[in-house]
Write a protein that binds this ligand. Structure first.
Ligand code: KIV
Ligand code: ZN
Length: 506
């Protein structure tokens, strides 16, 4: 049995397909590059046949990353499999991932296929996939509610027809750790050829057991686990990558397994994803929640000061959460700024560093000290993932208990200055209405949040909006020490992303 567990990241497929988590092409590429830095073994880049946009993002990711294997999901039809192959074939290490349901419930009601027909479909389509690609993964959807002897037969047929990985998903998050362990042992004992392929698991979190089930499966013999950053995914999500990796790392004395993950990239990967999709982990979320390394009670603080081990089983630094107390200020130069970016694991092109440094100087003029969290927020929002159609020039807002909100917004588009004034119930409504008037669009505001990036009265606010327009969705973000400005920037960023998405599909 291998000591190294392969990490199959499905943030860009199972994660991205869940409500509120969609990303545009440039965000997916940005995330894929970060997953490569995190050193995941396999990136599931999408479901190529789902739409032309999905196809393009799988293909572009396949062309962009070098080290990880790039997989595309496909149902067991020739058209799906061919499309998956057409999208991943440019990858250095391509993989076709094909699946069909094997539980009685799914076979009867969803597929309306007999078990024999499912077995034949597996044989025919895995064979077809392996005629195209050397690396073929087969998944038995709803495996944990399937009859074990039938699941064993399906697995054997998949292996006999060329599957190099067989994945056993707990699609609806129904199983328990003991059951999962026993199922893996059962398959290991009853399936011919199982030791020659990679056995995998994929767990959903409907009962909050996804990570526990994943670890039980590892103990039962799997050597690949499928997971997502921050545990995003269908319904209650997938097993969280950072929890699996840090559980194996922290308790390697007990489990005896490791991964290839560069753990120092965990915090950064989590942050990048949250900012992109505007979905932030709960403060008490293990590993990456805001409070995961915070010690509030006096007794705990006292203990940690005497010896961190009293209340910390892993260090924040181990996941790349820098506890640097050296703050930057307005006298800090580009060199110190670039060094700090590097120590935070933020990789930028030289011109992106210049743009971020210019923003840093503006911020340092408004704020006495600039913390690492400020820098992360600033870089996260400044990172030019798309060409912005509208750029904020200036704004004035007004409101009070006895007057309606009014806002005047000035933006630049192709060098031309555009200005509009609008009214609303408050400043934000007025500002968003003025932007709508400028852009000639009225997107639905599905969600709007403003968070404080760090502590203190001069902390930066980070605004997030989720917009929907003509069937397109976008998440916009913006940061500023002024929360109205952060909101305006977030809204404008959302509009720019909608325009980007619409232009791509022209
Ligand atoms: O949850 C599931 O069963 C899946 C498969 C397609 C792997 O996502
Ligand atoms: Zn899934």
């Amino acid at each position: 049995m291998s000591d190294v567990i392969k990490i199959f990241d499905t943030t860009l497929r199972d994660g991205e397909q869940s409500p509120g988590c969609s990303m545009n092409l440039s965000e997916k590429i940005e995330m894929a590059k970060q997953l490569e830095r995190l050193n995941v073994d396999i990136i599931e880049a999408g479901f190529a046949i789902a739409s032309p946009g999905d196809f393009e993002s799988v293909r572009t990711i396949a062309e962009t990353v070098t080290n990880p294997t790039v997989a595309s999901l496909s149902r067991t039809t020739k058209k799906d499999i061919q499309t998956a192959w057409d999208a991943v074939k440019y990858a250095k290490h391509p993989r076709i991932h094909t699946f069909i349901a094997t539980s009685p419930l799914h076979m009867e009601y969803k597929l309306q296929m007999s078990p024999e027909a499912v077995l034949n479909a597996v044989a025919e389509h895995v064979r077809f996939a392996s005629s195209l690609c050397d690396d073929v993964e087969f998944s038995a959807e709803d495996a944990t509610r399937s009859e074990w002897d039938f699941l064993a037969k399906v697995t054997e047929v998949a292996i006999a027809n060329g599957a190099t990985t067989v994945n056993i998903p707990d699609t609806v998050g129904y199983t328990t750790p003991d059951e999962m362990y026993n199922l893996m042992r059962y398959l290991k004992e009853h399936v011919k050829g199982i030791d020659d392929i990679t056995l995998s698991t994929h767990n959903h979190n409907d009962l909050g057991l996804a990570v526990a089930n994943t670890i039980a499966a590892i103990r039962g013999g799997v050597t690949q686990v499928e997971c997502t950053i921050n545990g995003i995914g269908e319904r209650a999500g997938n097993a969280a990558l950072e929890e699996i990796v840090m559980a194996l790392e922290t308790r390697k004395d007990y489990f005896g397994f490791t991964t290839n993950i560069d753990k120092k990239q965990i915090y950064r990967s989590s942050k990048l994803l949250s900012r992109m999709i505007g979905v932030f982990p709960a403060p008490n979320k293990a590993i990456v929640g805001k409070n995961a390394f915070a010690h509030e009670s006096g007794v705990h603080q006292h203990g940690v000061m005497a010896n961190r081990g009293t209340y910390e089983i892993m260090t924040p630094e181990s996941i790349g959460l820098n506890q640097n107390t050296m703050v930057l200020g307005k006298h800090s130069g580009r060199h110190a700024f670039a060094e700090r970016l590097e120590s935070l694991g933020i990789v930028l092109e030289p011109e992106q560093i210049d743009a971020a440094f210019a923003q840093f100087k503006i911020l340092a003029d408004k704020k006495k000290t600039v913390s690492d969290r400020d820098i992360e927020a600033l870089v996260g929002s400044e990172r030019g993932t798309i060409d912005e159609t509208y750029e904020l020039e200036s704004f004035v807002v007004n409101s009070g208990t006895v007057i309606d909100g009014t806002a005047t917004i000035v933006v630049k588009k192709d060098g031309e200055i555009l200005k509009q004034t609008a009214m609303g119930e408050g400043q934000i409504e007025a500002a968003f209405a003025a932007i709508n008037a400028i852009c000639g669009m009225e997107p639905e505001l599905m969600d709007y949040n403003i968070f404080s990036v760090s502590e203190g009265g001069d902390a930066q606010g980070e605004g997030t909006v989720k917009l929907k327009y003509n069937g397109y969705k976008a998440t916009g973000t913006g940061v500023s020490v002024d929360i109205i400005e952060a909101s305006i920037r977030a809204y404008l960023n959302g509009i720019n992303k909608l325009i980007y998405a619409m232009n791509r599909n022209k």
